[in-house]
Structures are given as structure tokens and as C-alpha cells.
Design a protein around this ligand. Structure first.
Ligand code: 5AD
Length: 432
């Protein structure tokens, strides 16, 4: 299965190349040595990751061409917008009309939307977000793979099931050999073009070992590598970038410094922000966002979360509902509702229409099995599938009953492709 469409190099200006896909042109950053105009490549997240032989590219393109335009048509139909809704208040209609027209909303307007409870108004909000997603990103949907390499963590977050204080967790740490084999399978057998390596803040790997894992994957298989190892230290971010990592997933968890301290066992938000800023300066693609529904979090906090993610140059937004874990201090607190989650996703789309890739998180699917479809129709355009070896999956127990925990990667891929096709989405990363 293939998660990218081959593109043809149209122009090269130093490291920047123009790639053409079925008549559409995108810019990408090239780090390959031997690239010429006319070559076919795969690009992901704005990076050229692989050159492919012309005959192979042409045969893949001929298969894609059939479905590509059909899918776009289905998507276009599903994202049509009709703002003539009698059951929605005039004020809400005014705000949503401005949003659909691409005018900037005031903070007050956004607060009105986040506080909105009327079902028809919310349906319209989600439709506006879907309309903007289609307008700016067409029907592409990123499908990335994730490998959870270790559940050791030296942090003590009050919400998290794998925090160091939870003595009931069976800990695991994949060896370099196991990680490379999981990466090989994900890239070579399952066709992932972007792979995220994730772990708790695990001092059991030295930074040199992590860098070597990234280097080895890059040396052996064509893929864009994202990392999510927590706060590794500012200098180590540079080391991992040099090794070949090009994306950083690090949530700031909440934009509210007081709440952050409470939720993380006394840590300072500024350190997390410093990591995200440094990573951006180094050239990492930033994936960030927050936990929605933390005890004591306000609606204003949620807005600030979206604005902070934008300020930090999120290439991809990752918002997930807090889910209570019985062996943590935050046990017993309610999860955010699907409705709140969809509001946050839709507002992120409205606030950063043209730029945002927005992830449907596993936590959201855990609180609502239909959430992937609902979120994709409310502004989201990105999913991550879990390619961690099945025997380790239940041990990465951030919260109970994680969606897809027991599903093989083959089943996840099949279901995802089926859903995307039904919504007219292409499992590709073209919005670069
Ligand atoms: N509920 C939802 N998400 C959680 N995470 C950790 N614990 C929970 C929980 N109980 C999320 C955090 C972290 C990511 C790896 O998992 O936001 O950044």
C-alpha cells in the first residue's frame, strides 16, 4: 500500500524543488544528491524522501489517476456548504460566514463558537471547518505510522498511565534490532513514508543510541522520521536533527502555566516551549497541541491552546481528550466530550485554515469509535496508525482501552483506507 503519490521534478533551485502531481505544483526541500528535472520522487511533509524509477512511477500514477479525480469529486460533494440555516442564531451565522470567507475572527467571536451548544450551530461549525479543509488542502490526508519504542518514563505527569510513579506498569524497551525490524516492516512491507518513533522520557537509551537508530533507519529505508521522546534537551534536539530526524511531536499539554505545573508534577511550561522553539529553529516540522479536558481547564484555556500551537508553528496540530487512568492522581476526572474535541479541531482549522494539518488522535477514537470519521468531517486531515509490535501495545498504557490496541497494522490500514475512500480522501501527503 502506498501513502504518497509519485511527483515529477519540474524545477530545482538549490535545495528547493518544484514537484508536479496531476497538474498541481508543490514546493519541497531536497536532501538527495542526485536529483534532476524530470525525475520522479516521493515527497512527505515538504521533504523529498526518495527518487523512484520512471517506469515504476508511471505505473503507480496510472493506477492513481483513475481514482484520484473521482475521490476529489466525492470530497467536494461532502464539503459543500450551505449557510442558510434557520435554526442557527444570527450572531453565530455572522461569525461562521466570516470564517467561511476567510476573514480573521476576533477572540470574542471564537469564544462564542466554543461556548455554542445548539446542535445545528455546531453541525454548521464543523461543516465550515470541513469546507475550509477542502478549500486549502483538497482531499489529501496524511497517514503516518508510529512505533512506541519504550514505555519507561522519568516524568511524573498526573494524567499519564506510564508516569514513573505508576508501579503497576510492566516496562519494556525495544532493542535497536527490534526497532529497526519494526521500521523495516512499516516502511518496506506496509508502505509508510513517514514514521514516528515515540517513547516516554527514557534515560535508558543514550542520546547517541537514539541518534544511531534514526541514522540506521535513514540509511536503510526511504522515510521521513519524526521523533517523540519528550524533552530530550536542547542540544540533543540538534544531534537528533543531524542524525536525520525531521519532525518533532511534543505536546505542550496546556498553555496555562499553572495548570501545566499541576498536571506535570511541578514542571515548568517554559522548558517545553523552549524545546518547541529550538526544534522549529533547527528546521523540524512541529507537531504539537494539548490535552483537552484536564481538571480545572477553562474554555479560554482551550482557545489559548490553539493559539499557542499556531504561534509555535505547528505543522500538525495534535489535540486529544484527557482520559482518566485509574493508577494516576487525576483518576476519576471526566474525559472531554467528543463535541468539545470536534469544536477544538474545527476552531484550529478556522484559525489556521491554510496551514494546519490536524490529527485525529487515538485518544479521541478511544472515547468515540466513530470519531475518526466525524473529525475528518470537522476539519481534520491526518491520522497515525500504530505499527508497534502487538506484544508491546497494551504496555504503552497512557490511558485504558486505547483504540486499535489489539488490531494488526494490516487491519488498521485496511479500515483507514476504506474510511478515507468513503469520504473521498486520498491517503497522501500533498499539502506541502
Ligand atoms: N489521556 C489522554 N492522553 C494522555 N496522554 C498521556 N496520558 C494521557 C491520558 N490519561 C498524552 C499526553 C502525551 C501523549 C504522549 O499522550 O498528551 O503528550
Amino acid at each position: 500500500m502506498c501513502y504518497a503519490i509519485p511527483g515529477k521534478i519540474e524545477a530545482i533551485a538549490e535545495k528547493t524543488v518544484v514537484v508536479e502531481y496531476f497538474g498541481e505544483k508543490r514546493k519541497a526541500y531536497n536532501e538527495l544528491d542526485d536529483l534532476s528535472v524530470g525525475d520522479y520522487v516521493y515527497a512527505q511533509g515538504g521533504f523529498v524522501i526518495q527518487k523512484i524509477p520512471q517506469d515504476e512511477a508511471e505505473s503507480i500514477l496510472s493506477v492513481w489517476k483513475e481514482t484520484f479525480f473521482d475521490l476529489q469529486e466525492v470530497d467536494l460533494k461532502l464539503s459543500r456548504l450551505d449557510l442558510n440555516q434557520e435554526s442557527v442564531s444570527k450572531e453565530c451565522l455572522r461569525i461562521l460566514d466570516n470564517a467561511a470567507e476567510g476573514r480573521k475572527l476576533s477572540r470574542e467571536d471564537i469564544l462564542v463558537l466554543i461556548k455554542e451548544k445548539n446542535k445545528s450551530a455546531l453541525e454548521l461549525l464543523f461543516k465550515v471547518a470541513n469546507f475550509l479543509r477542502q478549500k486549502h488542502h483538497k482531499n489529501s490526508c496524511c497517514v503516518h505510522g508510529i512505533i512506541e519504542i519504550s514505555n519507561y518514563c522519568c516524568a511524573d505527569c498526573a494524567y499519564c498511565g506510564i508516569s514513573r510513579s505508576n508501579k503497576n506498569v510492566t516496562r519494556y524497551r525495544m532493542s535497536q534490532k527490534e526497532i529497526l525490524e519494526a521500521a523495516r516492516q512499516a516502511i518496506e512491507e506496509h508502505g509508510f513514508k513517514t514514521l514516528l518513533l515515540q517513547s516516554g522520557e527514557d534515560s535508558g537509551y543514550s542520546i547517541e543510541e537514539l541518534a544511531e537508530i534514526v541514522r540506521q533507519i535513514k540509511a536503510n529505508w526511504p522515510a521521513l522520521i519524526f521523533i517523540s521522546f519528550g524533552e530530550v534537551g536542547l542540544d540533543n534536539l540538534e544531534l537528533l536533527y543531524t542524525a536525520g530526524a525531521r519532525g518533532l511531536l511534543l505536546r505542550f499539554e496546556t498553555s496555562n502555566p499553572k495548570l501545566y505545573k499541576q498536571a506535570t508534577g511541578g514542571k515548568d511550561l517554559s522548558s517545553r516551549i523552549a524545546h518547541l522553539k529550538k526544534a522549529y529553529a533547527l528546521g523540524y516540522l512541529i507537531i504539537t497541541g494539548s490535552l483537552i479536558g484536564l481538571p480545572g481547564q477553562s474554555e479560554e484555556d482551550l482557545l489559548n491552546d490553539i493559539f499557542l500551537a499556531k504561534e509555535l508553528h505547528a505543522e500538525m496540530y495534535s489535540f486529544g481528550p484527557f482520559i482518566s487512568h485509574p493508577q494516576t492522581p487525576f483518576t476519576g476526572n471526566p474525559s472531554a466530550s467528543t463535541e468539545t474535541m470536534l469544536k477544538v479541531i474545527a476552531l484550529a482549522r478556522i484559525i489556521d485554515s491554510a496551514h494546519a494539518k490536524i490529527l485525529v488522535t487515538t485518544a479521541l477514537e478511544t472515547i468515540n469509535p466513530d470519531a475518526r470519521r466525524e473529525a475528518l468531517l470537522a476539519g481534520a486531515n491526518s491520522v497515525m496508525l500504530n505499527a508497534t509490535p502487538l506484544k508491546y501495545r497494551p504496555l504503552y498504557n497512557l490511558y485504558p482501552l486505547r483504540a486499535h490496541e489489539k488490531e494488526s497494522i494490516e487491519v488498521q490500514i485496511k479500515d483507514t483506507i476504506g474510511l478515507l475512500m468513503s469520504l473521498g480522501r486520498s491517503p497522501t501527503d500533498l499539502s506541502v
